[in-house]
Every structure is written in C-alpha cells, then in structure tokens.
Design a protein around this ligand. Sequence first.
Ligand code: ADP
Ligand code: MG
Length: 362
Amino acid sequence: MALIETVNLCQRYGGQYVLKDVNLKVDRGEVFGLIGPTGAGKTTLLRLIDLIDTPSSGKIYFDGVDTAASGKLRFELRRRMAFVLQKPVVFNASVYDNVACGLRWRRVGKRATRQKVEDMLEMVGLSAYKDRNARSLSGGEAQRVAIARAMVVEPEVLLLDEPTANLDPVSAATVEELIARIIERRAVTVVMTTHDMSQGQRLADRIGVLMDGSVLQTGAPREVFSFPRSRRVAEFVGVENIIDGVIVSNEDGLVSVDAGGKTIQAVSALAAGERVCACVRPEDVILAVSPPSSSARNMFAGEITRLVSAGSIARVEMDCGFPLSVLVTKRSVDELGLEKGKRVYASFKATAVHIITKGKAD
Ligand SMILES: Nc1ncnc2c1ncn2[C@@H]1O[C@H](COP(=O)(O)OP(=O)(O)O)[C@@H](O)[C@H]1O
Ligand SMILES: [Mg+2]
C-alpha cells in the first residue's frame, strides 16, 4: 500500500485551478521528486500533502487512511511529517534551540533532547555553531538548520520544497549532499520539489512532472528523461531537438516522418497520418564534411548556422531543412574544420529518434 496517495486532487483559488486531478502514489521509503516550472503548483501540492491546506476536492490518503476524516486525525498525521520550506526559516534563537524546538513541543525529556540535537547537528555539520544565533547564519547554513529541525523528530515523511533554490551554487551543493546522505539512510520517505531536472535525476527514485497543475508523466528519472511522453515534458527535461512532423508510412515498425519535406526514419508503433514530434539528442548525431557511407538511417546535409565552444565540447547548430543541434568534441571541430557557413552532413540512427504523439495540448 502506498504511504501517500492522492486521488483526483484539485485545488482552486478564485475559480482558477492550481491543481487539477492529481493522482499520485508514494511508497514508504521512496524518494519522490516533483519537478516542474515555477507556478506549476508544486508548493500547493506539498502543502496539501502536509495537511496545512485542505483541497477544493479530491482525497489524500496517508497510510491508507482518509486524511479528511477529522481535525484531530489531521493533527496527529501532521506530526508524522516534517516540512522544509523553500526559503530557509530559522527562529531568532540559538542554532541548538532551533533544532530542539520540535522535541520540546513533543515533550521529549531534556537529556534525550540534548543527545538527539547534538547527533543532528553533527550530521548537518553545524556542531560548532550550536550556540550561535541562527539568524546570523548564511542561507545554506540556515537551510541545514531547518533540515536538522525537520529530521530531529524522526518523521516518517520529509517534505522538501525546492531546498536549494534560494542558495548560491556552493551552498546548494552542500545542502544537496546532505539530502543525499539523509536519503541513503532510507529511514524516511521523501517528497521533494525542484525546478531543476538534474537535481531530480540525482536524488529521486521516481519523479513526477507537474505542469500547470497536472501531472504529465511519472516514472524513473532515466525513463522520463529518455522517453518523455509529450513535447512539453521533452522541453522541460532538456531535449534539444524536437522536430514536428507527420508519419507517412510504417513498415514493420520503421516509420518515415515527414518533417517539412525532409524524411526522418524512426522506430515506432504509430500508424501513418499521426502527427508527431521526433526527438533527437545532440550527442547522438554524427557530423561529417563529406557524405558518409554509414548505415545510419538518417542523413541530412545542411549549413552550420552557429558554433559555440564550451571547454572540450562544442555545440553546432545547423539548418538541414529543420534546425538541428549537434554536440561534438572540440577536437572534431578542429579536425573537420567546422565553422559557421560550412556545409556538413549529419547522420543518426533510426533507434536514436524518440517519437512523441502530439496531444491536443501541444
Ligand atoms: N493562496 C493562494 N491564493 C491564490 N493563488 C495561489 C495561492 N497559492 C498559490 N497560488 C497560485 O497557484 C499557482 C501555483 O503556485 P505554486 O504552488 O506556488 O507553484 P510552484 O511551487 O510550482 O512554483 C500560482 O499561479 C500561484 O500564484
Ligand atoms: Mg514553489
């Protein structure tokens, strides 16, 4: 049984849907990452899961129990969860007192409190700061205090709302590393939001892509990253070449996609007539300066429109009837004499193309 389950969860503000029919299941011990752009409804969903707000309609089950049953039940369930807000929140008190407060509310004895707080401060690397006023800490340190305060009560569920979004890159890396260590212990179920796909990939067992209040896709990070189910998800997870077209034939699973006069071959079960997007990763394209004699199903000639080097890698943008972005090594740039305006040949395999059906929303 899922530890947390939402069923047709909706939240409306002033007639506007902020969340629409969200159906999610999070298993005990799992790390679930909610990814989506700003304004997608991530914080709204976390607040509902934490039972801070009540939904306009739909259900939330915690450990199989309908959380709408009673106020007393909601209060009890809230104590089994801990929420770390996007902006680090600390009280005007010592670091020690900030971490201890949840234990005091729960009337944990003095000695046990001391032990737990000290263990937690050690885990977050702030033992030396225990007597300092938490307000004097940097953003990253304050977030570590907030995480220690959340974890010290040994919650069953840890809710993290974009825990690194307000931090500088170095502090963000430290906080992410701390979260990774908490996850490693596998003692807590984690639901975390992020607008950073790569953070979701690094930390989560499973991710859900939330856009405009709807969950568009859930799955293992690799699966969502490699096989986005819609153009919007593809764009969000950073697929760079998304080419619009129509399937004109399907022969034993090898489809021909007409993309504005050019034909792209791909593997798909979809039938002729279907409007699709063909996704090609820039690292899967091979460039040559003369027509290659490779077995790749797709070969297009075109002109380089832009070339941007970044360290040992260069990004080549070319126009082959449709725009195509290609990643090559800096060495290839030199060896092939690549430059803006040069005519090149791009090739990629049919199996390197991921086909997406175009939904009504696209
Ligand atoms: N209490 C509220 N009243 C009115 N609108 C709200 C409220 N909370 C959130 N919203 C709106 O809901 C949408 C989603 O917000 P939010 O959940 O904060 O998104 P995210 O966390 O993904 O950036 C936004 O358009 C926001 O303005
Ligand atoms: Mg938010």
